[in-house]
Design a protein around this ligand. Sequence first.
Ligand code: GLC
Ligand code: CA
Length: 561
Amino acid sequence: MSESKKTRWYKDAVIYQIYPRSFCDSNGDGIGDIRGIISKLDYIKDLGVTAVWLSPCYKSPNDDNGYDISDYRDIMDEFGTLDDWKEMLAGLHERGIKLIMDLVVNHTSDEHEWFKQSRSSVDNPYRDYYFWRKGRGKDGKKPPNNWTSRFGGSAWAYDDATSEWYLHLFTKKQPDLNWDNPKVRKEVHDLVDYWLDLGVDGFRCDVITYISKVAGLPNGKFNPIQCGDEMFTHGPHIHEYLSALNNEVISRYDAMTVGEAAGVTIEQGLLYTAESRGELDMVFEFEHILSEAYFSLLPKKFNLKQYKAIMSKWQDGMHGKGWNSLYLENHDQPRALGRCTGDYGDKRKEASKMLAVALNLLQGTPYIYQGQEIGMTNCDFSPDEYQDVMVKTILGIVKKYVPFLKPVALKVLKKKARDNARTPMQWDGSEKAGFTTGAPWLKINPNHTEINVAEAEKDPTSILNFHKNLNRYRVGNQTVKLGSYRQFDKNNKKIYCYERAHNGKKLLVVCNFKNAEVPFSPPAEYNGFTAAAVIQNYPTARTLSPFSLQPYEAVVFEVDC
Ligand code: GLC
Ligand code: CA
């Protein structure tokens, strides 16, 4: 398909992210699966989303829950079969919902056939599919450089078979692919083509900004926590590799791509997403979740002024040139409630709805992570309840080198652990939350007795019903899709107020981020205009005149001008 025929359907989309392991278990083994997803297709349709991003469902030994792939062309045993997957795809498409698959090609599993071959001998044809180096020091027992894994510790593992080290930016079971080898690029092109040919509508490209490493793999600047970033983030050939992937394969289909891009700046974001360049359609930047590194353990307090400045920078910077992704949650981030709202007390519903309004009326493609639509929250784990390899790696390092810091590490993990977002989906208030009939692979949040889909469906004022209405309002709305963006009162630390304007229509979005009453006056230029409040999270009637916003109140006015 030529660039000009690309429909850019993603600009009208709302995307729902499914983390399959935690979504719905159809056979009682405690692990979510594809038939579980099939049983919820009507729920997804009813939510008013238009596409699904499915976290990895390929064959995997599950060291990092599927982000370690051992066969790119088949489905993980626990999740079902390729036929189940095809049935799911057909079911989505029948309902007018597109499917985005996760593309994890910075690394494979160490159980992938390529790596098994690669590690077997120095002259195996697959040797250069990965990065193998001799160690430093007299006996070669020191890693080849100072790069660290994103999960902590050295990014190199020693392999006895050939007495060399291989690179892994994530766990030891996730060796990095060597994209400088044209055969690796060809393999990736072929597997992308395989899934597009089966009918998928696009890809979320996992840690894609890490695929090109600086030649010679030199030491990175010393940093006590993470080293090497500047040697492999937005590396020397990244744009060349991405445009080849797009030109040779993806652009033959009407498919979209979104790249995970920790640490990306607006300038780099434009290089990746400018339509004229044909690389990616959008990136997930990390600035607004206040975590510039891949994973920042240092808890940063949410600061509305800073958040507004970051969102505004991306809104202005991308307008008319690239395209934004809009997200607060995914399977790697703790839940947004609490993180972006402070202590919300008994105002969970109001706070959750307000966050949705503040984000989803910006320009870009909104992503809703499973459970966000019912206001799921972080979970209180005891140390042995965590399942995430990242948590285990961090606690292992703490135990070995700084055991006295364990209480501090546990305190930080309580807030930051990825397991917070991965607890099973809360379908109902029964013992296993309607997720499984067996023993769930990860703790179910005890608050499922109150926070669950069944309750939310019954309650007209639920977060779920609010999301449904917001999605229906957004999809097809030209002001939201195309309108200009302007922020008001940027120094206000309590209220986020912005305008979207297009073709004689304006939307004024007003959101109170505090669990307190806050006075609000419409911007002066709105004086004399009449407006209708089209979205509200309180029943109180609002007009375009000064009033006191209730805790976490959100109001959207539509103004004809
Ligand atoms: C991405 C995924 C994360 C995974 C990592 C390694 O950041 O979102 O879950 O651990 O890549 O594949
Ligand atoms: Ca199952």
